[in-house]
Ligand binder design. Sequence first.
Ligand code: DGL
Length: 269
Amino acid sequence: MSTTADRPILMFDSGIGGLSVLREARVLMPGRRFIYVADDAAFPYGAWEEPALAGHILELFGKLFDRYDPEISVVACNTASTLVIDALREVFPGRPFVGTVPAIKPAAERTCSGLVSVLATPGTVKRQYTRDLIAQWASKCHVRLVGSDRLAGLAEIYMRDGFVDEDAVRAEITPCFVEQEGRRTDIVVLACTHYPFLVNRMRKTAPWPVDWLDPAEAIARRALSLLDSGPPEEGEIEFRNGSDIAVFTSGKSDFATRRMMQGFGLSLA
Ligand code: DGL
């Protein structure tokens, strides 16, 4: 393992969702080098059986560590984190991880109506980890878990092609909106890192306004707090243009993907 402070930060997701965390991380850690890994060969994670997905991710991280030796790894994916974050820490002791799990605690603290919805992949909705978060932090709220089969895929299309079927977005978010004894859902937790990219469409198609909770900045802050080197001093920030890369496990390098990655300051490996 290299000891230089120049080791990269690895950002990991099944697809483009982790870019919602990367964009916050780059603001907070402008001098750091990032490697963005999209396991698109296995997308969508939301549809996988748990044991197979866990084995797949653990094996992939073994290879990523051999290749990139990151200082820290951000699992910018709720579907992966709620399944394997504990196993990753066990299998790779000494490798710091930041996980991304549904922001149920802040939602429970912030809601006025007591009606909160968690919008996630079918995988995240099924996880014991998610149920435990609700039992631990939101026992006084009414929490509706909404598993969406389509939203992550719609976000992928939107980010590559620039348009999305708004009726499909409306249909996927509608179950989040609950009315009960004169109260209404006032917070929807975006518990999949793909969803912040569709939030404007969600706002537009929602039956009433809610607070859409995106945890990306909090995750980036957590990552910053784990860096040995700490935040850069004034004047210490190096101009790192072009050194951040994106790795797609499918080997995909079509024009739309390249253009999208360039928009996030990444070149394809
Ligand atoms: N971005 C991922 C998440 O945060 C999952 C998308 C998928 O692969 O289904 O859950």
